[in-house]
Write a protein that binds this ligand. Structure first.
Ligand SMILES: Cc1ncc(C[n+]2csc(CCOP(=O)(O)OP(=O)(O)O)c2C)c(N)n1
Length: 464
């Protein structure tokens, strides 16, 4: 199963270089595109020459296939190959450099080559069994759905799999709508920020089933830092090598079929786990539904946008803080109804994206979300930690004792700080607060280098 590639044309030199960001974006977002650019004639490529540039070299690192047409007879093969490469999993960009003298050449007896759509291979039985056994033994399995599920049109199978086995589903930004937000097994979108509440589901999970997951969106280091869970990789292509993504089982083949066959033999969970996480998600979404604040808060905007759009209407997010808000709070009900560039994440996708959406689906409404100075997403609400849960089970006496100890510690700390303040006031001689920072509070270390930030593995997943 593949999606037809889009095609773009550019003139030589600066026309071609203007394609660079768009092509890099398509390539990293796994969007199939064939770009064709003019080029200087082959008779002037060997010397300094107006608008001549090594375009094949320029596009090689940002495409799956970058080539030059050196003779008119090979055009059918090159064109077919460019489409085949860009549309094959994982899809991406192909680039064709088309010299002007080749473009002028006459040619006879050549036709476009027939499309030979390769069948996606069946997943091997042994791998299906292995995955099913791991899932059957799991206590807290969770599914992470990536854009590969949507690309391979396996969202129905994903839903059937989750429902049959009673396993909750979180999606990446680019898989929004792979399961309807309103579905009781939907945990919303992951990849937003350092240790968001849905991440707590990943902390707790003993088996993480990654379906059509692209690492470029959300690095495993961020959701699997302790390497505590067994990972099952279900995809059309083999898993990327990554220290934090070592597989317990890899099921490679048609995604829908893999899910169907695993679901047939795996033991379902008795009840859906992580139901409390879903409550968090729902509460957060509705929290500002009626918020009258002005300027309007992002949460209210996204809530209202959802209210005025039909489930199949399309929202395209541009890139910035608003992308994070859209990913977190827009309630997508269908696949491909919330488009977010989360691979290369180039600003500027919003407007052309909406035009493209309208061309593809003239009967639907398409809306772009672009912002200027939208506030960043605040630190995620704290989800209950193991410590919190332990505390909840304490007797009142134990809790009072804990608070008294904490109180005493704070008093000591306060006294110590007061002493230091008094001392530095004495030293400065005028009773005003010291201008120079004490050694301990200085942000610079001895060598004059900035003090290191406290280490903590989980930082922002993306700058934008
Ligand atoms: C083409 C491009 N240039 C720069 C960036 C880096 N970048 C990501 S977000 C951002 C700022 C976006 O600001 P704005 O459009 O005001 O949106 P807001 O953050 O206010 O939602 C920049 C410069 C990028 N992703 N793409």
């Amino acid at each position: 199963m593949y999606t037809d590639a889009g095609v773009c044309l550019a003139t030589l030199g600066p026309g071609a270089t203007n394609l660079v960001t768009g092509i890099a974006d398509a390539n990293m977002d796994s969007a199939p595109v064939v770009a064709i650019a003019g080029q200087a004639a082959t008779t002037r490529m060997h010397k300094e020459s107006h608008q001549h540039l090594d375009l094949v070299g320029l596009f090689a690192p940002i495409s799956k296939y970058s080539t030059q047409i050196l003779a008119p007879e090979i055009i059918p093969e090159i064109v077919r190959k460019a489409f085949k490469q860009s549309q094959a999993e994982k899809p991406g960009a192909s680039f064709i450099d088309f010299p002007e003298n080749i473009a002028q050449a006459e040619i006879e007896g050549k036709e476009p080559l027939k499309v030979q759509a390769a069948m996606t291979p069946e997943p091997p039985e042994a791998k299906i069994k292995q995955a099913a056994e791991i899932i059957s033994r799991a206590k807290y399995p969770i599914i992470m759905a990536g854009n590969g599920v949507i690309r391979s049109r396996a969202t129905d199978e994903l839903l059937a799999f989750a429902e049959k086995l009673n396993i909750p589903v979180a999606t990446t930004f680019m898989a929004k709508g792979a399961i309807a937000h309103s579905h009781p097994l939907s945990l919303g979108t992951v990849g937003l920020q350092a240790h968001d509440y849905v991440d707590c589901g990943f902390d707790r999970a003993d088996v993480i089933i990654c379906v059509g997951y692209d690492m470029v969106e959300y690095h495993p280091y961020l959701w699997h830092p302790e390497k505590h869970a067994q990972i099952i990789h279900v995809d059309q292509s083999p898993a990327e090598v990554d220290e934090y993504y070592i597989l317990a089982a890899g099921v490679i083949g048609d995604i829908g079929e893999s899910l169907d066959r695993i679901a047939e033999i795996a033991r379902p969970q008795d009840k859906a786990n992580l139901a409390s996480l879903r409550e968090f998600v729902i509460q957060e979404h509705a929290e500002h539904a009626e918020d009258p604040a002005f300027p309007i808060v992002p949460q209210r905007i996204l809530w209202d946008v959802r209210q005025v759009l039909e489930p199949e209407d399309i929202v395209i997010s541009d890139v910035g803080a608003h992308k994070m808000w859209t990913a977190r709070l827009y309630q997508a009900e269908r696949p491909n109804t919330c488009i977010i560039s989360n691979g290369f994440a180039s600003m500027g996708i919003g407007l052309p994206g909406a035009i493209a959406a309208k061309i593809a689906h003239p009967e639907r409404t398409a809306r772009t979300i672009v912002s200027n100075l939208m506030p960043p997403i605040p630190a995620p609400k704290r989800f209950k930690t193991l410590e919190d849960l332990k505390r909840e089970n304490m007797t009142l006496e134990q809790r009072v004792e804990e608070l008294e100890t904490e109180n005493a510690r704070l008093k000591d700390e306060n006294a110590r700080l007061q002493k230091r303040l008094a001392k530095s006031e004495r030293l400065s001689g005028n009773g005003s607060a010291p201008r120079k920072r004490s050694k301990k509070t200085s942000r610079k270390s001895k060598g004059g280098r900035p003090a290191r930030k406290p280490s903590g593995k989980r930082t922002e997943s993306h700058p934008s």
